[in-house]
Write a protein that binds this ligand. Sequence first.
Ligand code: ZN
Length: 307
Amino acid sequence: MVREDPAVEDMKPSSSDVWDCHVHCYPDFVISNPKAFSEANNEFHWLDLVSNGPQGWANPENLVRAMDREGIEKVVLLGWYWENPQTCRLQNEWYAQSVKQFPDRFMAFAAIHPEEKDPIEELERASDWGAIGLGECLPSVQVAEGWQYPAWERIINWTTNHKWPINVHVTEAVGHKYPGRVDTPLMDMVELFEKYPEQKWICAHWGGGLPFFSLNRRIKNALKNVWFDTAASPLLYAPEIWKIVTQLVGYEKILFGSDFPLILDPRNHKKPNWSKILSEIDNSGLSDKALKAILSGNLNHLVSLRA
Ligand SMILES: [Zn+2]
């Protein structure tokens, strides 16, 4: 039997840990007046989403208090797909502070705009303050060419070399219409994964239904380095999705994510919390092994690959 180094063992999540791979968080001046922030920075797509959906808010301190209350051990702060390079830089500065403030509770993925003058320099800077991935990305909000914009090639080569996962927002292929909805054709996603087969991808929001197509041989192959997060699940899908997607892609490919501070149960709660999404997973009928993997083990594995 191979014994693990106890120091290494300490770093691993304990069996009951919950790590949330999909969280957003803002400083107080944004929370107190999102409209003024969006006007000052020309971020109207973001304003559309946060003004018209079941949006809650959390600054770093409130986020940690909510995590303590509900037993969430660690979260990944995700950057936004801001329409302007300087807003991406600004958010990276907030997150650098947040990670410094709560190093045991927060991990962070950097925001990037493909029109950033030197995106590699910004990625290096983010790596220096401790970012460990890129995203949430939705390039068609940033540039008309979307993923075809030439700078992505340099950016993705850098993230692949540095073993940074990229979280991509994927909209459900069919579903509700809501303000700010942006289509993300699944075939574009597949071609992106095929173009960069060594890059590790996290498709947000259950990949917009992409797991179903893993039954197709070409798609199954394209999804080799693709994981799926569960962000906003209770707002989008019936709870059977947990078991069904596990059957389709395997529990090893699913990462627990909430989209906090989105309010996942707006009929019963005015403030964001994890109660509905955690009760769905508790009642999903998945094995203990699968639950542990989805709730922390898979994310731990993915972010440890950098070492
Ligand atoms: Zn998203």
